[in-house]
Structure formats: structure tokens, C-alpha cells
Design a protein around this ligand. Structure first.
Ligand SMILES: Cc1ncc(COP(=O)(O)O)c(C=O)c1O
Ligand SMILES: N[C@@H](CCCC[NH3+])C(=O)O
Length: 413
């Protein structure tokens, strides 16, 4: 059980939590742009001296305003759907700095890759290879990478482990040379790189290095057969801590140095594509306490959000540390279970929270920038929260909260 921090009136990005809640309502998803920029800077500074390119994985969180903000950074953008592509375009993010992922791309998505002149497509399987080849021509070849399942398993939750024998992603190592041969016979496709992403929320350096070693071996084979393979993307997956006082699980400098050490002398450029490590720490979820009650031996603090705006605790057993950011009193602490308001047991964890916590008080879950809003749903026909950017005491709404009318907008009545 973790003791949470407590403040009678705390601020997010220099804006009092009470002001944010009063202005935009709760639940509210808050992105601190200063923290985001610091994280971008941290990753770029660690990668640049090793010649490693950085892409941001849009799936962690994207909206048009963030795409606009990202356009002014040196980062590329990994998109995996037409929705992400269009969002990035609306934010003015250039297509030539985007590349496209996915293991089941639709015809519309493949056409968009070609028409919008996205930098390259990361091909996941033979069907995709054939379908892309069928809509491209040797007169205007399309750059592609192959997603490789190197068989390296990372220690992380099974739902988010994407490498290893029993996962669906990419070409198995043994199948890759046949794919190289297929592409060699298709002048409309240019194989410019290999990609291997082994999973998410990884806390060690070793599996990234082992994955790269396999990719380097394959790149040698591809180059020997004449493919212009120049880059290897080592995937995303850099883990983050659960709470602000926890140590960072991955030393990014150690990781980038280790990766470069393996690729040195090969003439291959390296890249990484973190999502979580860039956005997670910048995000907080602001909730209002709706009720505090004792049932049997448990005390529940029920907030006005839950699994609809953050499915991670239920889906992966993830924990996001709550911080009481506005309360009427500062009594002694006692154990409590933080729970959401949906119609099932959407508990978010057992913590030690102030005994005097009462309806109306505000709680922020920290480090929720990644895979919370982007995985939010309308379960129970709840509207998804608004998203605001904060920085230096200023705030700006970048996505408005869904109303009941918004929730109805797709119904054909
Ligand atoms: C292909 C690919 N790249 C990058 C990422 C980003 O991962 P993370 O947010 O863990 O850095 C993911 C998600 O795991 C992914 O599937
Ligand atoms: N949705 C997962 C991460 C998935 C990564 C996507 N490849 C999470 O919340 O941790």
C-alpha cells in the first residue's frame, strides 16, 4: 500500500488544480508541456550523440495540438491508423516525417501511405507486402521497412509483449530472407530498413540489445542481397515509473550507448520510437471525489472517472499514484481503495489517503500521459474527458469533453 502525497491546494503546470477543475470540469486529462519538452529533450540529447533518430509513437497519446507541438521538435512520428495520420496532418505535422505501422492495415490506409507520401511503411506480413505492391508502380517506388519478430522476449505484461514466438507481430527471423527475395522482385518497393519492437513498459536494457543484435544480423543478409537497408528501428518500449518518487526504471543513456556500441562500424543508422517514455510523465488525470464509504473492512474513495478514461489498472494491473491536490482538511492518513464510477469493480489501487477526504475534494493520478486518454472509451456511455495543456501558470483546452450529445452523435435515429 502506497502513501500518497497531500496538498491543500496544489498546482499542475503552475495552474491550481481547483482552477482547472472549475474551468473545465472533471475528469480532466492534463498535459504539462514543460514536462513533455523536458522528456523530448532528454531522449533527443541521449540519442543524438550516438546518431540515433527518435520517433514518437502516436498511439501513446495524440491530438492535433500535440502534433503541432511535435512538428517543432526534431522527432519523427510513428502512426498506425488513418485516424492518427489525419490527426497529425491537422496539426501540421509533415507526412514525410511520419511512418506507418500496423499488422492489419486497411486498403484506405495503404492508399494513404502512398498518396500522402508518408516516409515509409513498416510492412508486417506477406499479404500487406502484396497489397502494397499492387497499388504502387516502379516509376514511383515506395520505401518500406520490414517488421521483424526477432524472438526476443521482454519481461513485461503479456498483453503488451510484442516479441517472442507466440506473438502475432512481424516476420519471424526465419521468414525474413524469403521476404527480402520477394521485395527484390518488386521494383516498386525499396527496402530501406528493418524494425523490431519487442514490447512496452520494459525495465531492462538487455532485451533491446539482444533484439538489435538479431536485426543487425538480418540487415547484413539483406544488404548482401542488394537491398538499400540503411536504418534499424529498435522499437519503443522504454518503461516508466509508477509514481513521481520512484526511480526511473531505464537509464536512457545506458540504453543508447549500448545500442550504438552494437551498431558501430556497420554503417547502419539506428532509431528508437518511444511513446510512453515521452508523454507519460507529462500527463495527470484530475478527478473529483464523489463519495467516501466503508463497506465491510474496506474504505472506498470513489471518483468521477475510472476504467472508461483509464483502463490500465484493470487491463494490466497498472498503478498510477494518486495525489490529493485539493481537499478541505488535512487529517491523518488511513488505507483506502481508489475506485472509479463505472458499473463494475474498476478499482485503481489500494493506497493510504487522508482520513478526512470527502466528496468534492480533488485527486490527481500522476504519470498517466501514456495510453490513458488514447485508450479511453464511452463505456457506460460516459463522455470522454477534456484535455488541457498547462505550462507556466497558463492553460489551454485542446480537446473538449464529450457531452451526452457527443456520445449520441453516431446513433442513427
Ligand atoms: C510498433 C510500436 N512502436 C512503438 C511503440 C511504443 O511503445 P512505448 O510507448 O512503450 O514506448 C509501440 C507500442 O508498444 C509499438 O507497438
Ligand atoms: N496500452 C499499453 C501499451 C501498448 C503499447 C502498444 N504497442 C499500456 O497501456 O501499457
Amino acid at each position: 500500500m502506497t502513501t500518497t502525497s497531500f496538498a491543500v491546494d496544489a498546482a499542475l503546470g503552475g495552474v491550481p488544480a481547483r482552477e482547472l477543475a472549475a474551468t473545465y470540469g472533471t475528469p480532466l486529462f492534463v498535459i504539462d508541456l514543460d514536462v513533455f519538452d523536458l522528456e523530448v529533450d532528454r531522449v533527443v540529447r541521449s540519442c543524438a550523440p550516438h546518431g540515433i533518430t527518435v520517433g514518437y509513437a502516436a498511439k501513446a497519446f495524440l491530438c492535433a495540438a500535440l502534433a503541432e507541438h511535435l512538428a517543432a521538435t526534431p522527432l519523427r512520428l510513428d502512426v498506425c491508423s488513418l485516424g492518427e495520420l489525419v490527426t497529425a496532418e491537422r496539426g501540421g505535422f509533415p507526412a514525410e516525417r511520419m511512418y506507418f505501422h500496423g499488422c492489419g492495415k486497411t486498403a484506405e490506409e495503404l492508399q494513404a501511405i502512398v498518396d500522402r507520401r508518408v516516409a515509409f511503411d513498416v510492412i508486417d506480413n506477406d499479404e500487406e507486402l502484396a497489397r502494397l505492391a499492387a497499388i504502387t508502380s516502379p516509376a514511383d517506388p515506395v520505401d518500406v521497412m520490414l517488421r521483424i519478430n526477432t524472438g526476443i522476449e521482454a519481461h513485461t505484461h503479456a498483453f503488451i509483449r510484442t516479441g517472442g514466438e507466440n506473438t502475432k507481430f512481424g516476420f519471424a527471423l526465419a521468414a525474413a530472407p524469403a521476404a527480402f527475395a520477394r521485395i527484390a522482385a518488386l521494383p516498386q518497393l525499396r527496402l530501406i530498413g528493418l524494425h523490431g519492437h519487442i514490447g512496452s513498459q520494459i525495465a531492462e536494457t538487455a532485451p533491446f540489445v539482444a533484439n538489435l543484435d538479431e536485426l543487425l544480423g538480418l540487415a547484413r543478409i539483406a544488404r548482401a542481397s542488394g537491398h538499400p537497408v540503411a536504418e534499424i528501428i529498435c522499437g519503443g518500449g522504454i518503461g516508466v515509473e509508477e509514481g513521481p518518487d520512484d526511480p526511473r526504471p531505464v537509464d536512457i543513456d545506458e540504453l543508447t550507448a549500448a545500442l550504438e556500441g552494437r551498431a558501430r562500424g556497420t554503417g547502419l543508422r539506428l532509431a528508437v520510437e518511444p511513446g510512453r517514455a515521452v508523454i507519460a510523465r507529462a500527463g495527470s488525470s484530475l478527478y473529483r471525489v464523489m463519495a467516501v464509504k466503508t463497506q465491510g473492512r474496506r474504505r472506498f474513495v470513489i471518483v468521477d472517472g475510472g476504467m472508461a478514461d483509464n483502463p490500465r489498472p484493470l487491463l494490466y494491473g497498472a498503478r498510477h499514484l494518486p495525489e490529493v491536490v485539493a481537499a478541505r482538511a488535512a487529517g491523518p492518513d488511513e488505507p483506502a481503495t481508489l475506485a472509479g464510477r463505472s458499473c463494475e469493480n474498476d478499482e485503481m489501487g489500494d493506497y493510504v489517503l487522508p482520513r478526512d477526504l470527502a466528496a468534492g475534494d480533488l485527486i490527481a493520478l500522476r504519470i498517466t500521459g501514456a495510453y490513458t486518454y488514447s485508450m479511453a472509451s464511452n463505456y457506460n456511455r460516459f463522455g470522454r474527458p477534456a484535455v488541457v495543456f498547462v505550462r507556466d501558470g497558463h492553460h489551454r483546452r485542446v480537446i473538449r469533453a464529450e457531452t451526452a450529445d457527443d456520445v449520441m452523435r453516431l446513433d442513427v435515429v
